[in-house]
Design a binder for this molecule. Structure first.
Ligand SMILES: [Zn+2]
Length: 261
């Protein structure tokens, strides 16, 4: 099975636990585990440079560039951040603006107004550059939905989707919306996520790891990588009643369509 991992963080320091680090792991995954596409998502201007370096090192690695809600306000104003991103996004392997969005889960996160200002500025940039966006939404479902609805023309991927099936249904009324499932789908307590997967047409689904986090069962709690994504695809194939090889092909087509490959 060919694996298209649409959300990863191989620039994360945790990959140093693997002998030879992220580069050795990526080579192994590409040569032996069918991993044919990895989109590394940046979270800050500093990490933009790291994911671009990985995209230059490996043909099958691409990246999304953006400021994560937890990181906004730390480096530059929204305008300055967008100006820096606009330059970086000229790189031919930068395929999306991300990961961007809102995170109301952690109390120590930047204030809502700050998060919203960066999110909106980056949505406007995606529209200006005709690029898709990769969305992080944690405990901010209503605000994320409202902001995205002002950008119906921008293709948006709801990364590691954690909203309700009802909200997914509303998102999917717009043909430019995609729901991405991570290893969370395999967790025992992921009832809502499984219910969502049941109602999303396969043509609107992407698969991802969010590695090194969110390893699927039976690797839950371990350092995640794109090879483990096979477990998530198997779970999806069970839920959708589609043979796993066939589903993997659809997921590949979807990823290519969204990211313009
Ligand atoms: Zn992520």
């Amino acid at each position: 099975m060919r694996l298209y991992d649409t959300h990863a963080h191989y620039n994360d320091g945790k990959f140093e636990d693997y002998e030879g680090g992220a580069s050795a792991l990526l080579s192994h995954l590409h040569e032996h585990e069918g991993v044919d596409f990895v989109l590394n998502a940046a979270t800050s201007l500093e990490s933009c440079k790291q994911v671009l370096a990985l995209a230059e090192e490996f043909d099958f690695c691409y990246c999304a560039l953006g400021i994560h809600p937890e990181d906004c306000g730390k480096e530059k104003s929204p305008e300055e951040a967008v100006n820096a991103l606009r330059e970086l996004l000229k790189h031919k392997k930068a395929l999306a603006v991300g990961e961007i969005g809102l995170d109301y889960y952690w109390e120590e996160n930047p204030p809502k107004e700050t998060q919203i200002a960066y999110f909106e500025a980056q949505m406007a940039l995606a529209r200006e550059l005709s690029l898709p966006v990769v969305i992080h939404d944690r405990e901010a479902h209503g605000d994320v939905f409202d902001i995205l609805s002002r950008y119906p023309d921008v293709t948006a991927v709801l990364h590691s989707y954690s909203g309700s099936p009802e909200m997914a249904r509303q998102y999917l009324q717009n043909p430019n919306r995609y729901i991405s499932f991570s290893g969370v789908l395999t967790f025992k307590n992921a009832v809502k996520t499984v219910e969502t997967a049941k109602i999303v047409p396969v043509s609107r689904i992407l698969s991802e790891t969010d590695c090194p986090y969110l390893a699927p069962v039976p690797y839950r709690g371990k350092m995640n990588h794109s090879g483990y994504m096979a477990k998530t695809v198997e779970k999806l194939s069970e839920i959708k009643g589609i043979p796993v090889e066939e589903l993997a092909e659809v997921l590949e087509e979807n990823a290519k369509r969204v990211f313009g490959l």
